[in-house]
Design a protein around this ligand. Sequence first.
Ligand code: 13P
Length: 258
Amino acid sequence: MNRKYRKPLIAGNWKMNKTPTEAKEFMVNFKGILPRSRWCDIALCVPAVCIPAAVRAVRETRIAIGAENCNANASGAYTGEIATNMLVDAGCKYVIIGHSERRAMGETDQDVNAKVKAALEAGLTPIMCCGESLEQRESGITEEWVTIQIKRGLEGIEAESIRKIVIAYEPIWAIGTGRTATPEQAEEVCELIRAIIRKQYGAKIARATVILYGGSMNEKNAFDLLAKPDIDGGLIGGASLVPEKFVKIIEATNQPAV
Ligand code: 13P
């Protein structure tokens, strides 16, 4: 983290977990143990049906609610899809875009790019995900792969919008596997992502961009990951489902600025 230029963000991704009733229960417990100090921004991205209950439960707190996906179109014949203005109206502040689990269902870099643009236009903060598979890492193409994902994902987006985007580096081999990237491995790619942004948009924008790490981040390894200068927070799956664990990760952002 580098607090001088960026406010850390701890974001949860519940994936396909919890009912609206369970979401409400979680928020009540979470609010009860959330530290008062504002070391970081906090977001919970929840299943679409949980959004109303979650938004109601966190009213007048600093917890932001987000969605896990959106459609790039404004409205129309897209059965089962949800537009960005619907998410805003429901009270969302964030939306995860291009998670590897959605890319595995066929989402392309072009889809990601269109969704990021739609989210920005609606006033949502997109959390744009990237990351390599184990096979790609082992064949030494991580850098090349992540560079392509970032460049295509951000194509055609104006410089002044870049600072409104959060980027999450999530190596696929670390997601849900308990096999976390080492702080050095995670930092190496987060640093690369910042360098890509610096080259394309300049040092000032690169310094202001929030870059998260995700992949088996938990209450035990968060402190060491967050100690790295280019890791500005986390996108947390499993550990965001348990209020006590999520709070411990938030507390791990309380460390001296690098
Ligand atoms: P886990 O923290 O469960 O590995 O999930 C990470 C993730 O995919 C967050 O988007």
